[in-house]
Design a protein around this ligand. Structure first.
Ligand code: ZN
Length: 251
């Protein structure tokens, strides 16, 4: 598969998958998400790859789902059509990042909003530039129940997640670091180099031991209800697409 909206590169033992629509602030169209999922499969299948970075070309990680495309192509979807579309591309693809047997690192510069927030937070680790920020304004601006994958309480804590979603405000890199939502913050000019250093450090560890350690850590979250709560929220989110509040914004 040749890619038009992402860049896929292999640098030694590290695979990089970058959102590559900088002129659209890396908005996640259906093509972009399909390509990202395809590249993830390629990185998993490549025995030389021991760590996977997900990033973005240009000044932003991603402004979220491509809402213009959604308005043009999916505004009048039935419940069944929307559920199928979002179950595959949003919930399904996100869980594939979560379940990836190799360690994943999100490298975030600028905005990681809504769908972009979701993708970054499905990665095992996050490294941020000091100008990075996160937001999920979907509840306030679209009248929907947050984004499709409610990873928020798992990565920022329950009370912070409520503040984040009820206000729709931005959380900048330093606050994200204090919350424990990101692992490292570096100056913007050094983000790419520091990301590679971080990824190479992890790629140098015994891969089978890392794979099993990740399985155990993810099972801690599953024992606490991670997967079930994500699936339950997905259904709730789909319900919110049919609310009068949501439809009034859409129209
Ligand atoms: Zn949705």
């Amino acid at each position: 598969m040749s890619y038009s909206q992402i860049e896929y590169s292999i640098l030694g033992a590290v695979a990089r998958i970058d959102h590559a629509r900088p002129e659209m602030r890396n908005a996640e169209s259906s093509v972009l998400l399909d390509e990202m999922d395809d590249a993830l499969s390629a990185a998993i299948a490549n025995d030389d790859v021991r760590a996977i970075v997900i990033g973005g070309k240009g000044p932003h990680f991603s402004a979220g789902h491509d809402l213009k495309e959604g308005q043009m192509k999916r505004a009048n979807f039935t419940v069944e059509q929307r559920y199928e579309y979002e179950e595959k591309r949003y919930l399904g693809y996100c869980l594939r990042i979560w379940d990836c047997p190799k360690p994943t690192i999100a490298s975030v510069r600028g905005a990681a909003i809504a769908g972009g927030f979701m993708v970054a937070n499905m990665c095992d680790l996050i490294i941020d530039s000091d100008d990075a920020f996160f937001a999920d304004p979907v509840c306030r601006t679209l009248g929907a129940a947050a984004v499709e994958v409610l990873v928020h309480p798992w990565v920022m804590g329950l009370r912070a997640a409520k503040d984040f979603l009820f206000t729709g405000r931005r959380v900048y890199a330093d606050e994200a670091l204090r919350m424990g939502m990101v692992n490292r913050v570096v100056p913007s000019a050094e983000l790419d180099a520091e990301t590679m250093k971080y990824a190479e450090e992890i790629a140098s560890a015994p891969p089978f031991a890392i794979k099993l350690t990740k399985r155990s850590l993810n099972r801690v979250a599953d024992q606490q209800g991670f997967r079930n709560s994500l699936q339950a929220h997905f259904d709730t989110h789909e319900l919110s697409h049919m609310s009068q509040e949501f439809q009034a914004v859409r129209d």
